[in-house]
Structure formats: C-alpha cells, structure tokens
Design a protein around this ligand. Structure first.
Ligand SMILES: Nc1ncnc2c1ncn2[C@@H]1O[C@H](COP(=O)(O)OP(=O)(O)OP(=O)(O)O)[C@@H](O)[C@H]1O
Ligand SMILES: [Mg+2]
Length: 245
C-alpha cells in the first residue's frame, strides 16, 4: 500500500451553536482519490477549509506526511493545493497574477531582483491551455473579465500547479461545460497517477463513482460511510447522504 499523505484525527468544529464537524477521522494515501460527499450543510467545505489551514479545528489534528498542519502557511509549505468552493481569486489581478499569487517567479541579477513577468505569462498560458480553455486567450486579462467557467478552470490550474502531496477540490466542476468537466476530471486522475492524494467534493455522484477510489459520506458533520465505489449505486449513496432507510 502507498504512503499515507493525509491524516485527520478526531477533528471537531463548531460555529456558535452549529456543530459543523464532530469526531472526523480520515486518512488519504498517495495516489488515492477520495470523494467527499454529503448534503448541503453536511460540513464538506468546513473540512476542506480545515485541511488547507484556512480554518482552525476546535479539536483534533491534521497531518500531512506526519507533519502538523494548522495554517495556510503550513499548507503551502507541505504542498497542499486547493480549489475553494468560492474559488478565492483576486478579481482585479490578471490570470497570470492569480496563478502565481504568493509564488511569483523572481529573476535575480546581481543585487537586483525582478518579478519575471514574461516567464510567468508563458507558464500561465501553458497551464491554461493544458486544461483546454481555448476561449481564454490572454493571461493578462483581469479575472473580473472572465466567465464563471473560465474562473473555475483558473482555480483548478492554480491548485494543480502548486500541489506537491495533496490536492483538495471543493466543487471544481460546478460551473463547467461538459468538455471542461471531462478535462478537469482527467487532470484529477493524472494528479493521482503522479502520486498526489486527492480529496474531491462534488455533487456529481455518477462521475464521482467512476473516478474515486473511496467514497466518504458526511452527514450532519460526522462520517456516515467510507466505502469503495465498486457496486455502489447513486440511489444508495443518496440514501446514506440523507440518512433514510
Ligand atoms: N463561517 C461560518 N459561520 C457560521 N456557520 C458556518 C460557517 N461556515 C459553515 N457554517 C455552518 O456549518 C455547517 C457546514 O457548512 P459547510 O459549508 O461545511 O457545508 P457543505 O457540506 O460544504 O455544504 P454545501 O454542499 O452547501 O457546500 C452549516 O450548517 C453551515 O451553516
Ligand atoms: Mg460546501
């Protein structure tokens, strides 16, 4: 079996009177695609936000390759790439600037340091082309001028570019056309084949059952099922999600 890259132990999180997560235990191995399913409000985004260090858990721990993760800086250092449900793009910055946000390429020349914009633009163009967005022609455009689907592809490209051990995707295909859905799902598969652990939140259950190695269902903030997808039907998954017999 491959190495465990993500270990979540006894995680709990409340927002005031709302218990968003309780006693969550989950591990993900290198090369494994774990689909995280659940009804609206089940706690999926809260868990993703804790794994990438943007929210702190009230109790419990998150470890990446055995090292504790409790901040965005930890997540970056430990090679966690993330596509947030709200995408977390800076609307006034360009496609290139968003792709490299916090990871700008610097060219050194003696005592001087320059941001290497031409190289960043070339790499941005390549990353976007790779994901099949032929309608997005200029990586100098500000994000505010992009369509919803183009923004989503940019967020996926950014996560793919910087992820080293884990990639987290919260509804990465929600706004995409069928061709782009196929391309994003293929890139997720490729990332896993290259040895990344993947946690994918999606309401597209048929696609998830085809892609994932494990299906984890959250219900009211606790893990209701952790199953291999073979033989599972969409209606069985929905039954576990909503908790009816
Ligand atoms: N910042 C917050 N402040 C207060 N309550 C929150 C906050 N974030 C999440 N919650 C609550 O925590 C619970 C879980 O929310 P979460 O966003 O994790 O659900 P989800 O499974 O991602 O749902 P969806 O499928 O709609 O995206 C919900 O009851 C939600 O109202
Ligand atoms: Mg969510």
């Amino acid at each position: 079996m491959s190495e465990e890259v993500l270990t979540i132990t006894d995680v709990g999180k409340s927002f005031g009177a709302v218990t968003a997560l309780r006693d969550v235990n989950l591990s993900v191995r290198a090369g494994e695609i774990v689909a995280l399913l659940g009804d609206n409000g089940a706690g999926k985004s809260t868990l993703m936000n804790i794994i990438c260090g943007s929210h702190a858990a009230d109790v419990g721990s998150v470890k990446v390759k055995g090292e504790s993760l409790s901040s965005l800086a930890d997540a970056r250092h430990l090679g966690v790439g993330v596509v947030y449900q709200d995408l977390a793009l800076a609307p006034d910055l360009s496609v290139t600037e968003n792709l490299f946000l916090g990871n700008e390429l610097v060219h050194r020349f003696g005592p001087f340091a320059f941001v290497d914009r031409p190289r960043m633009r070339r790499e941005a163009t390549r990353a976007i082309e790779h994901l099949g967005i032929s309608t997005l022609r200029d990586v100098r455009l500000p994000v505010v001028s992009l369509s919803g689907g183009q923004r989503q592809v940019l967020a996926v490209a950014r996560a793919m570019k910087w992820a080293k051990h884990i990639i987290l995707l919260d509804e990465p295909t929600a706004a995409l056309g069928p061709k782009q859905v196929g391309i994003v799902l293929d890139s997720i598969k490729r990332a896993a084949d290259q040895g990344l652990g993947v946690v994918l939140v999606s309401h597209d259950i048929p696609s998830v059952l085809k892609l994932a190695d494990r299906v984890v269902v959250l219900r009211h903030g606790t893990i209701a099922a952790d199953l291999p997808p073979a033989g599972l039907t969409v209606s069985e998954v929905v039954t576990v999600m909503v908790g009816e017999d």
